[in-house]
Write a protein that binds this ligand. Structure first.
Ligand code: HEM
Length: 357
């Protein structure tokens, strides 16, 4: 018996490996024309792993604090071997991850994979999106440069306009009444400890639900006999396709990070006036731009407060889609969902483009 089979037998006696093998052999994934969209969950997972690995490396040198945050990032990008590359990959991968999560969410929406029995997979996914956005918002401040400082000031100010709850939330976020190094310390703690811990647990639950229920079949298969449905084995076929796509994403990431290294900009000066045209990261731009279009007063209500409340209600509706979708009258069900989805996608794209100009 060679060494490999000895190790195998040793493990098998203790952990019943054949059970896992059997599970992997049995597991099948639907294969049809639109199944390309199934791969974005896996791409999001890959980019999250990249974030964890590069984030840990950055943590070896980063120091939060008024006199150290910007300086330590400058040290990373100028003095540490390959530090510029790691920082560039971390920043690009953060943006690609959020893009991939958004694409994944819309594919799940349009393939109606949120329907019974996958309501909880949708809810846990929604939470992952919210956590990803919070990751982005908290990480943005850490280099303590002009752009990140003022964008955080504006971003937290927006929350502060809400009546009653606005100001306390803003003060909790800022760790005081203004954006200071106390805010930096809070965002740092959130970014490197609290968020990774919560994210990992929610991600584990999300993946567990998917393992238990399997990936959903397309709607068009509803009335098809089993013999007409096309499946591919999860292992090795689906996994190999996943890995191939991960390699392509890794290459895209490398090209972006090397040819468009992430800029550091100038150190934040809290006493300087805010530079012109301060705007948030692209994924918040559609909301930011919408608020700009709102008139100062609508009837007797503050326009901004109304705008933020409307986004809150819209977000709640989106979160609860597995419930209201099933209440749509029969026949009209798919169309209504599709029209709403197309409207939301167009709205986000158009306002993001206007906001980016
Ligand atoms: C970092 C964030 C996320 C990761 C890593 C992730 C990962 C995955 C993976 C690997 C799958 C299986 C393959 C696939 O169907 O694509 C999946 C399925 C699923 N995800 Fe996510 N996901 C994330 C965010 C989200 C979001 C934001 C939503 C929706 C709000 C969501 C809802 C779902 C649903 C309902 C399924 C089941 C799809 C089906 O059975 O066809 N996920 N996710």
């Amino acid at each position: 018996m060679n060494n490999e089979s000895k190790i195998r037998r040793w493990l098998d006696e203790r952990y019943n490996l054949s059970l896992i093998e059997h599970f992997a052999e049995e597991k099948k994934v639907p294969h049809f024309r639109g199944s390309f969209w199934y791969y974005f969950g896996g791409v999001s997972l890959f980019l999250f792993i990249v974030q964890v690995v590069t984030g840990i490396l950055l943590l070896m040198y980063y120091q939060p604090g008024a006199q150290t945050a910007y300086e330590s990032v400058r040290f990373i990008v100028t003095k540490v071997q390959f530090g510029w590359l790691i920082r560039s990959i971390h920043s690009w991968s953060a943006n690609l991850m959020i893009l991939s999560v958004i694409i994944h969410m819309f594919s799940v929406y349009f393939t109606k994979a949120f329907r019974r029995p996958r309501e909880l997979t949708w809810f846990s996914g929604f939470l992952l999106l919210a956590l990803s956005l919070t990751f982005g918002f908290s990480g943005y401040l850490l280099p303590w440069n002009t752009l990140s400082y003022f964008a955080t000031k504006v971003g937290t100010e927006i929350v502060g306009v809400l009546p009653v709850i606005g100001k306390p939330i803003m003060e909790v976020l800022r760790n005081g009444s203004d954006v200071t190094t106390a805010t930096l310390t809070r965002f740092y703690g959130l970014h490197v400890a609290v968020l990774p811990a919560i994210f990992t647990v929610v991600l584990g639950v999300h993946l567990l639900f998917i393992q238990v229920q399997g990936i959903s079949e397309p709607e068009s298969w509803k009335d098809l006999p089993e013999s007409k449905k096309n499946h591919i084995p999860f292992f090795p076929n689906f996994v190999l396709r996943d890995v191939l796509l991960w390699l392509i994403v890794l290459n895209v990431l490398a090209i972006l990070a090397v040819y468009f290294p992430w800029e550091l900009g100038h150190k934040a000066d809290p006493f300087a006036p805010a530079p012109m045209g301060i705007r948030p990261e692209w994924y918040f731009l559609f909301m930011f731009q919408s608020l700009k279009f709102f008139p100062a007063k609508i009837l007797s209500m503050d326009g901004e407060v109304l705008g933020i409340s409307l986004f809150g209600v819209a977000g709640l509706f989106w979160f609860l889609v597995p419930f209201w979708d099933s209440k749509t009258p029969k026949g009209a069900r798919n169309k209504v969902i599709n029209y709403i989805g197309i409207g939301v996608v167009l709205y986000i794209i158009v306002l993001t483009v206007i906001g980016a100009r």
